[in-house]
Ligand binder design. Structure first.
Ligand SMILES: Nc1ncnc2c1ncn2[C@@H]1O[C@H](COP(=O)(O)OP(=O)(O)OP(=O)(O)O)[C@@H](O)[C@H]1O
Ligand SMILES: [Mg+2]
Length: 254
């Protein structure tokens, strides 16, 4: 039996004190698609992300990834199972080169350490793999650049490269285009679409820019005050009166 769902959450809640940032959310993320989670500021998107990837433990509910319950597992364990993530705030080693950043992530993934015992061949394999990842991201010519010297958009691409190095089955991006210029945004969107087509990895992203959401997502989930307000195709979401009401101000028409 082939299961088309890669991630499923049931009755998920997360409370901070008495305040519920996530309230009884049940949803499924289909495999091999790009799903966008949208919602106004403070809707609970990043919290959802943090609970699913294991940074926070849920207050109630269950999380199942690839048929296996992962509720409460810490981030390094969910990552090991194939749940890749990138953060709303960049998370790269700024003093190291682009290539070293990817290599460090590959070493962590393959668990080899850089021991001499393993020899140079293992290291050469990793370098090759790092190069393939940088090629996919269009960063091959920046490999030797110290990360802090990169433009903001390129730094965020390195972050995605770090996530890719963990061989994810599902990659969760929190606002991949936040703070970007229109040109950087276009490039990021093209990159996500290219990676999706090339690798078939399932993508899950949060995003405020409706133009990006409607151009990239196969399926949209709408979070509002911690609850799931709607889910459906971009067309269904665009025409949903409850969603339109939650987005007073008309950003859906962007
Ligand atoms: N660690 C925390 N402790 C207490 N409250 C928190 C914590 N993290 C988030 N919250 C609260 O939970 C609510 C949801 O926040 P969250 O960051 O998940 O929203 P968001 O949808 O990601 O917003 P944005 O679009 O601005 O990124 C907010 O009211 C926020 O203040
Ligand atoms: Mg957020």
């Amino acid at each position: 039996m082939e299961d088309r769902t890669i991630l499923s959450v049931e009755n998920l809640s997360k409370a901070f004190g008495k305040f519920y940032a996530i309230k009884d959310v049940t949803l499924q993320v289909p495999k091999g698609e790009i799903t966008a989670l949208i919602g106004p500021n403070g809707a609970g998107k990043t919290t959802f992300y943090n609970v699913v990837t294991g940074k926070y433990k849920p207050t109630t509910g269950r999380i199942v990834f690839e048929g296996r319950e992962i509720t409460g597992l810490p981030p390094h364990k969910t990552a090991r199972l194939g749940l890749g993530r990138s953060f709303q705030i960049t998370n790269i080693f700024l003093e190291n080169t682009v290539e070293e950043n990817i290599l460090a992530a590959l070493v962590a993934y393959h668990g080899r350490g850089l021991s001499l015992f393993r020899g140079l061949n293992a290291y050469r394999d990793l370098k090759e793999e790092a190069h393939e990842i940088l090629e996919m991201l269009g960063l091959a010519d920046r490999a030797r650049e110290v990360a802090k010297n990169l433009a903001y958009g390129d730094k965020r691409l390195v972050e995605i490269g770090i996530a890719m190095a963990g061989h994810p089955k599902l990659i969760m991006l929190d606002e991949p285009t936040a703070g970007m210029t229109p040109e950087e945004t276009d490039r990021m969107v093209a990159m996500i679409q290219g990676l999706f087509q090339e690798t078939g990895i399932t993508f899950f992203l949060t995003e405020h820019d409706m133009k990006v959401v409607f151009s990239i997502a196969h399926r949209i989930l709408v979070l509002h005050q911690g609850s799931l307000l709607a889910q459906g195709s971009p067309e269904e979401i665009r025409n949903n009166p409850r969603v339109r009401e939650a987005y007073l101000g008309g950003s859906l028409d962007a």
